[in-house]
Design a protein around this ligand. Sequence first.
Ligand code: HEM
Length: 139
Amino acid sequence: MIYLTIKLIHIFSVFIYGGFLFTDNLFLSKMKKDLTNDEHSQIREYFMKYVRKVVPKALIVAVASGIYLFFINFGVIDESGWTNFQILLAIKGFLGSWLGLRGVLQVFFGIQPLVFKSHLFPFILVIIIIVLSQLMFSV
Ligand code: HEM
């Protein structure tokens, strides 16, 4: 029951974080075409005002719940080496933690990412992480 609850928390927090990235990359960025620079930055700022209240916290919850799921799922490393599941889960966990660290540094400490500054990068990472999360159980 605890596992199921944490897994649901993981899915919903990932949903909120990923949902923001999908909205930003697929829709909000397209509005630029129809608006002046000033209008666009003003509208984006209204949107981001509410995003900042929720999305960074959802990312922290996603990473924290992910770490719990990781320790339950990873298992012991066999003498014959890592299983394919363990390799994909480790990559998934690493990419997810990278996103988490990047988000926390940016939002709570004002440290801008050194590389891949746009929201396109986390968007692509989230897609890769979601694919890995499904692949890892079937390899
Ligand atoms: C923003 C980053 C993350 C995203 C977008 C993400 C996404 C997902 C998704 C979509 C699932 C599949 C749920 C299902 O099919 O039922 C999942 C499961 C899982 N995630 Fe994450 N995750 C993230 C971060 C993390 C981190 C940082 C870790 C570990 C350190 C982690 C560990 C896991 C584990 C172990 C599962 C499998 C749980 C299970 O199916 O029982 N995740 N994640």
